[in-house]
Design a protein around this ligand. Structure first.
Ligand code: A2H
Length: 253
């Protein structure tokens, strides 16, 4: 755990089509508005490789009015924090249009800013923590061992998790090369450490630590505006590009 405030990049992932269980609860209440899932990330430079986006199936989410046009979907805790960080039109004010449990959001199709796969689906991940970030985690299986292990689990047991296999079928995209682990660092590490499932918490923590350090200190960008550049240098440049394009904003806690 970090000691100071954690600086996230909050990614705006616009809803393209609500899943079958979400539509009856939220569609009418958000007519004429743009709704965005807000995903908090520490690795903005990896967003080219998004293949899906995770919510906690048992977490309660809210749809919060941000201004006249925009509605953000995240935990209430995160919406309150945002209201004091200049995100909302009126400081400190959040209006909740609807509440909805994570499992009902599964299968919703959203835009994935900067990603090779322009649109991705909402899928469940048990390890999403309600008290961290926004409770929405965009998935980059090439560079996040957690994301990779969970995606493999969903692919193996689609029926058990009640998902359409197509929602978890988007191809993994190489984003960063590391000298030790190649073009898909997380996938390589999960295989090397013989991680079998998202429940292998100890090994996953190890893989996460290695992937994070290796990517940050030795990684080079394989794609995007800063292709060929060291990750250390590209990270904030990609972040700035996303913010300038109106596709992300800073979020701290
Ligand atoms: B990261 P820290 Cl490619 N519950 O983004 C569980 N995990 C969460 C979360 C929550 N409520 N909110 C955010 N996260 C994830 C990308 C990424 C991330 C890559 C590699 C590593 C990585 C794509 N997923 O994180 O505990 C988000 O996933 C490894 C640390 O605040 C976010 O960045 O340090 C990161 O964990 C924040 O974790």
């Amino acid at each position: 755990e970090a000691l100071g405030p954690q600086e996230y990049t909050a990614l705006k992932m616009e809803v393209v089509q609500w899943g079958a269980e979400a539509a009856p609860e939220v569609d009418a209440k958000t007519q004429g508005k743009k709704v965005f899932f807000i995903a908090a990330t520490l690795r903005p430079e990896t967003m080219y490789g998004q293949t899906n986006c995770y919510v906690g199936p048992n977490i309660e989410y809210g749809l919060f009015t941000i201004n006249d046009k925009d509605v953000y979907l995240c935990t209430e805790r995160a919406a309150r924090n945002m209201a004091f960080q200049g995100t909302t039109q009126e400081r400190g004010k959040v209006e909740c249009l609807a509440k909805i449990k994570g499992n009902k959001l599964i299968g919703t199709k959203i835009n994935a800013p900067f990603a090779h796969h322009g649109q991705v689906y909402i899928l469940p991940m048990e390890s999403v923590l309600p008290g961290k970030g926004t409770g929405v985690v965009t998935s980059v299986p090439s560079d996040s061992p957690d994301d990779y292990a969970n995606l493999m689990e969903l692919r193996k047991k689609a029926e058990y998790y009640k998902i359409d296999p197509q929602w978890a079928a988007l191809e993994i995209i190489p984003v960063i090369n590391t000298p030790k682990y190649g073009d898909v660092t997380a996938e390589t590490l999960v295989k090397q450490l013989k991680i079998q499932s998202p429940k292998d918490a100890v090994k996953l923590a190890e893989a996460k630590e290695i992937a994070y350090k290796e990517g940050f200190y030795n990684g080079k960008m394989l794609v995007g505006s800063f292709k060929g550049m060291d990750v250390q240098e590209a990270k904030n440049k990609v972040r700035d590009e996303m913010i300038a394009a109106g596709l992300a904003f800073p979020y701290a806690e």
